[in-house]
Design a binder for this molecule. Structure first.
Ligand code: ADP
Length: 273
């Protein structure tokens, strides 16, 4: 705590240990109406965090909820491609309008909906990236969204911290894979969430197994999972175990994630709803 502390965190920029984490929260766009905000996090990139975000939004949309996806993975944005979105997000002086997905009208904002070419790299420093994510919250019109899913940047770094501090996240789903050093990675995500007073809703293990298309036997290419032990150690549920499934790859890469028939998210719905 600074010697000149006034105990008014809202007017002070000092990041001291006694600061109320909620004091960094940013107000959403004045016309936004948002129900629950659910963060989808992972310890590192490439474990399927964006895919789980997409499957969650699609599953909720199928149940009649109006969903939004805020793609906070600014350096690895993959949401627009999975939904086959090619048009650009429009805006005016005060407002950015998300792009709606074709089948379920999920509102999406992502840096790739604003860049001239989707292959343009985002070569920005942390604070600029953090500022962009904040704008996705403050400047985007989230119009009567029941559930807003935030595809978090991987890891527990600078931008993830900005998201947790500036957006009022109601709970997080942690995505992991068996080849992760599961307990360590999950432990970091848990501790970060705890520091920020954000409830961990549960774990999703992606690429958990392969199911033989002929005999149905489950194979474990990364070794038997230890997710149950990890979940028990942190007193959180395992919400889903998703196999390596070529249909998932094809849908994510081909822009047809809304047409997938698999119901890998059924148990996740219950803890979020
Ligand atoms: P992250 O957001 O963690 O970086 P993504 O969700 O973008 O990872 O997944 C990376 C790629 O891996 C995607 O293009 C998707 O096609 C593929 N993928 C993810 N999970 C699976 C799975 N269970 N089965 C098949 N392909 C998958």
């Amino acid at each position: 705590m600074s010697e000149e502390c006034t105990h008014d965190c809202s007017s002070c920029s000092s990041n001291c240990a006694d600061r109320d984490p909620k004091s960094f929260l940013e107000a959403p766009h004045p016309n936004s109406k948002i129900g629950k905000v659910i963060g989808v996090v992972s310890g590192k990139g490439g474990v399927g965090k964006s895919m789980v975000t997409e499957l969650l939004a699609v599953e909720f949309a199928r149940r009649g909820y109006h969903c939004g996806i805020l793609d906070a993975d600014i350096t690895g944005p993959s949401i627009p491609k999975a939904f086959g979105l090619t048009e650009k997000a429009m805006g005016n002086e005060t407002t950015i309008f998300p792009v709606k997905t074709k089948k379920y009208g999920i509102d999406v904002i992502s840096i790739n909906l604003l860049l001239a070419n989707e292959t343009d790299p985002v070569v920005w420093r942390g604070p600029v990236i953090g500022g962009t994510v904040k704008q996705f919250w403050t400047d985007v019109l989230w119009d009567n969204v029941d559930y807003l899913f935030v595809d978090m940047p991987p890891g527990t770094g600078d931008v993830a911290l900005t998201v947790f501090q500036s957006i009022p996240v109601d709970g997080i789903v942690v995505v992991t894979s068996p080849q992760d050093l599961v307990s360590m990675i999950v432990g970091k995500a848990m501790k970060m969430a705890e520091l920020m007073n954000i409830p961990v809703l549960g774990l999703v293990e992606n690429m958990s197994y392969i199911q033989c298309p002929d005999c149905g036997k489950k194979l474990y290419p990364f070794g038997e999972s230890r997710i149950e032990e990890t979940a028990a150690a942190y007193h959180v549920p395992v919400l889903s175990r998703i196999p390596i499934d070529p249909d998932l790859t094809a849908a994510c890469d081909g822009g047809t994630v809304e047409d997938l028939e698999e119901d890998y998210m059924t148990d996740v719905i219950g803890v979020i709803e």
